[in-house]
Design a protein around this ligand. Structure first.
Ligand SMILES: [Zn+2]
Length: 251
């Protein structure tokens, strides 16, 4: 069944996300810039780079962060409440169009069960949680048009993973999570920038992670037709990613 997105404000979620990003900085320190410093430069005093070889960030005073989040939510309570309402209304206006477009790509049975909650976030990066089908959307800075794109993007990942794992059993998620993630991002990048989608949503999705040239190549091939065969596109993406020197397929 097509999911109904719920919109929820929960500052504890943002604290968990904070801790997750600190953990993730072991693999990718740039996430700290995007998630925290670009939106709250003052946090540089409290989030420090460790001496370890990966330069993972750490926080000496986690209670400060807890209080910081509490204060931001208290200070911006009206704004966050209003923005989440605007986001919800904007999504409701677009959801039928969105589900119609997705139904051209995947059969409805591939919508996985899950919570489908869009949680507010004050941070600058919007994570997704594949396990329970939840994700975060900007609650302070960005506009509703952008948020609709984020929701479309994350939910497209959810149905993609369900389809992919059922139809490509040779790739299990544990051993191929980074590879599948790349295929999924490339899929979204081709689809969300398709003229048909751009016409409805106004903005597409950013292409990054070394996938720029392969996505461009597939756009040339697929943008001639208005109906995209998902299976064919996914097969092509797999071939392109496997032959790409710019993308590592190892986890
Ligand atoms: Zn994505």
């Amino acid at each position: 069944m097509q999911p109904k997105i719920k919109f929820i404000i929960d500052k504890d979620k943002d604290f968990q996300t904070f801790e997750n990003f600190i953990k993730e900085s072991k693999y990718d320190t740039s996430i700290i810039d995007w998630a925290f410093f670009k939106v709250y430069p003052d946090l540089k005093e409290y989030i420090k780079k460790g001496d370890g070889k990966n330069g993972q960030y750490y926080v000496a005073d986690i209670n400060f962060i807890r209080t910081f989040i509490d204060n931001e939510y208290a200070k911006n309570a009206n704004l966050i409440g209003k923005n989440m309402q605007i986001n919800e209304e904007a999504w409701k206006k677009k959801e039928n169009t969105y589900f119609e477009l997705v139904s051209e790509l995947f059969e409805e049975k591939y919508w996985p069960k899950g919570k489908y909650i869009a949680y507010a976030t004050i941070w600058g990066v919007y994570p997704r949680f594949l396990g329970d089908k939840t994700f975060q959307i900007p609650a302070i800075t960005k506009n509703a048009e952008f948020t609709v794109i984020v929701i479309a993007h994350e939910t497209l990942h959810f149905i993609f993973y369900e389809y992919f794992l059922k139809n490509y059993p040779e790739y299990n998620l544990n051993d191929n999570s980074f590879f599948i993630w790349n295929v999924s991002e490339a899929f979204n990048e081709v689809i969300q920038n398709h003229p048909k989608w751009l016409k409805e949503f106004g903005i597409g999705c950013a292409i990054y992670g070394g996938r720029e040239s392969l996505v461009k190549k597939l756009q040339k091939k697929y943008y001639r037709s208005s109906m995209i065969d998902s299976k064919k596109l996914i097969d092509d993406i797999i071939i392109e990613i496997k032959s790409s020197k710019k993308i590592s397929i190892k986890d």
